[in-house]
Design a protein around this ligand. Structure first.
Ligand code: CTP
Length: 407
């Protein structure tokens, strides 16, 4: 069992009859080591008492945005310090408020003021649960990375029996533990690019490079295992790992468009693809015949995808680039880190045996914009992926610690 020791959990309780079960949930979270701050809506106060939660949680329950003697802005203080916001029971009303971003009370304001993972545990009558509006709202929340603990079937208020009963407190505690156990990228969106782009010359030929895409795929797989919601933009979709969303591309231009589309929503972008720097200026739409003698192909530069992402980097996003070098490896990589506005760069000396393109192994130096440096030995691409993601998580924590940029 994962301990919740030291985890700061805001327990939002809304006005469903199942609010009485949140008392048991609160006690179980505290028993598992969590520091619980109960936040009760006015609806919840119709069902259960503030004093019960205050006594169980070890921290007094909060019920209002106003008149808090300790701070004039309780929602931002709580939101910034939380490791998770858990809403149990979650009524149809709060699910709708979360979807639309409505700030109606202390709980909804706190949910808006946090970057911590959010978990909702719906509980309502079957007819309400089955409404298309409720299901659609929950679908949107799921797509945004909110953890939803589905209700169970059983006895409901008024003696009815059906779907909509709050999940058992023990089940909810396990779901909370799973989020923390899932790893340091739980709830984060990670975009990884992989493989070498192919730039067409004619109807059958292309100019490419020796990248296999293995390092990018290892990064995507490891990020998913650490709990991230992963989008993999790859030139080799057939060998993509499971558990990630795959976007197949071929040329530098297609990779550019896919990244421009996906990157703004990502918390971490890892640009492991070997993007062509040049492409043929003209592409023949028929097969060029060899009896024409020599063939001259004029090349024009492609867009530097990574530099574009660096120039448009949203606040809080961590951008990771690669530098495949043969000379002055660290010096050239550090210059790229700076020039492309990166947070982390992964440099490898591809002139060394067993390193980089077409190999099962790699050996890298991971440099961070804050001066961090980590060197791996010659090792598997999975091990390199772990080192790269460690540096990305460190950068992410630094940038978004408690919802504030600190550097
Ligand atoms: N990259 C990119 N778009 C390009 C070329 C490179 O996004 N058209 C990205 C790569 O995915 C990698 C980083 O930029 O993360 C560095 O790529 P690299 O080929 O090492 O460097 P370049 O910037 O192309 O510079 P040079 O080839 O002169 O070393």
């Amino acid at each position: 069992m994962t301990t919740l020791s030291g985890r700061r959990i805001i327990l939002g309780v809304t006005g469903g009859i199942a609010a009485y079960k949140a008392v048991d949930l609160c006690r179980r979270l505290v028993d598992a080591g969590a520091h619980v701050t109960p936040v009760l809506t006015s609806g919840a106060l119709e069902m259960v008492g503030e004093a019960t939660f205050s006594a169980l949680a070890g921290e007094r329950a909060r019920t209002s945005l106003f008149n808090d003697p300790s701070t004039p802005i309780p929602h931002t203080v709580m939101g910034q310090n939380a490791d998770m916001v858990l809403v149990a029971p979650a009524t149809a009303r709060i699910i709708s408020d979360i979807r639309t971003g409505r700030s109606a009370d202390l709980l909804t304001a706190t949910i808006l003021a946090t970057r911590a993972p959010l978990m909702v545990c719906p509980a309502m009558h079957t007819e309400m649960w089955e409404q298309a509006s409720v299901q659609e709202n929950l679908e949107v929340l799921r797509c945004r990375g909110v953890h939803v603990v589905d209700p169970e079937s059983g006895r409901l208020a008024g003696g009815d029996i059906g779907m909509g009963r709050l999940a058992e407190p023990a089940t909810i505690v396990t779901a909370v533990q799973n989020v923390f156990a899932a790893g340091d990228l739980a709830g984060k969106r990670v975009l990884v690019t992989a493989g070498g782009t192919r730039e067409p010359i004619d109807a059958v030929r292309f100019v490419g490079n020796r990248s296999s895409g293995r390092q990018g795929h290892a990064l995507a797989r490891n990020a998913a295992e650490r709990g991230a919601d992963v989008v993999l933009v790859t030139t080799d979709p057939r060998s993509a790992p499971g558990g990630v969303r795959v976007v197949g591309v071929c040329t530098a231009d297609e990779m550019h468009r896919a990244c421009r589309e996906e990157a703004p929503r990502a918390d971490v972008v890892v640009m492991a693809a070997a993007v062509a720097d040049f492409r043929p200026r003209q592409i023949a739409d028929r097969k060029l015949k060899k009896d024409q003698g020599t063939l001259s192909v004029e090349f024009e530069p492609t867009v530097d995808v990574l530099a574009g992402l660096g120039a448009a980097k949203p606040d809080g996003q961590v951008l990771v680039g690669f530098a495949a070098e043969t000379d002055d490896v660290e010096h050239n990589a550090a210059a790229k880190l700076d020039r492309k506005n990166l947070d982390v760069i992964v440099a490898n000396d591809v002139s060394k045996p067993g390193v980089g393109f077409e190999h099962e192994t790699n050996e890298v130096v991971v440099l961070s914009a804050d001066g961090g440096r980590h060197q791996t030995p010659l090792c598997s691409k999975d091990e390199v992926a772990r080192a790269v993601l460690d540096a990305a998580v460190e950068a992410l924590n630094r940038r978004t610690r408690n919802g504030r940029a600190v550097d």
